[in-house]
Design a protein around this ligand. Structure first.
Ligand code: PD2
Ligand code: ZN
Length: 217
């Protein structure tokens, strides 16, 4: 329907970033050098004063709730909130080869020692009654890009347990995966964030929808 299956993400040839790893099923790509170290530091500095305890979505009601499965603090930037964020939003749309209008604002997460994000899907599971509320605007989520904003001393890897993949956070690198193909979500993209063992972990997440998520009300 939407043709997302033909839109492979950008390989970075002629760009500052490069592909370090690619998996076809599920579609997973690891990029290096997506953000400069200065951009990572600036994102962290802008986010630190705005952090709030993170929430997850209740399966039944669709409401956002604080949850033991997600021990982190976070904040959001609106799409193109300022020139700095706009440049990043545009770069990520370029890498993901998806329309910028389909993307949600950047989400920033900070995990302290012991902080983790238990395995979950980023898409809204069609069988959950709470999902319809979220799909109403912009449709299903189709792809995710997780940007690593710092080097974690120990732990904090992102895992895809269905394919036994474990990615160590690396400052400026990014992990892409897509999970909506031919109108179906891909449960092989189950993924989580392992507990931080030493130091802290900062990420920025970009989620992209099937259609325009930024239409004026
Ligand atoms: O922090 C992570 O590694 C992580 C793991 C799973 C982040 C997300 N999901 C997310 O932001 O959706
Ligand atoms: Zn996730």
């Amino acid at each position: 329907r939407s043709g997302f299956e033909s839109r492979l993400p950008c390989d970075g040839v002629g760009k500052p970033w490069s592909v370090a790893m690619r998996l076809d099923k599920p579609c997973v790509v690891m990029y290096l050098n997506v953000l400069s170290h200065e951009e990572c530091d600036r994102l962290i500095a802008l986010s630190r004063p705005k952090l709030k305890i993170s929430t997850t979505i209740d399966n039944k009601t669709g409401e956002a709730k604080a949850h033991e499965h997600r021990s982190s603090q976070g904040t959001f930037f609106k799409l193109r909130e300022n020139d700095f964020i706009r440049e990043i939003d545009e770069r990520l749309a370029d890498i993901m080869k998806l329309p910028i209008e389909n993307s949600e604002g950047l989400q920033i997460l900070n995990y302290q020692v012991g902080g983790e994000y238990r395995p979950h899907f980023d898409y809204f599971p069609p069988e959950h009654p709470g999902s319809s509320l979220h799909i109403e605007k912009g449709g299903q989520r189709v792809a995710t890009l997780i940007l690593y904003l710092n080097d974690v001393e120990a732990g904090g890897e992102t895992i895809l347990p269905e394919v036994s993949l474990k990615i160590a956070p690396l400052k400026g690198a990014a992990l892409y995966f897509s999970y909506f193909h031919q109108g179906k979500v891909d449960p092989m993209t189950l993924h989580g964030g392992c507990p931080v063992v030493a130091g802290e972990k900062w990420i920025a997440t970009k989620w992209v929808r099937e259609s325009n998520y930024n239409k004026p009300e």
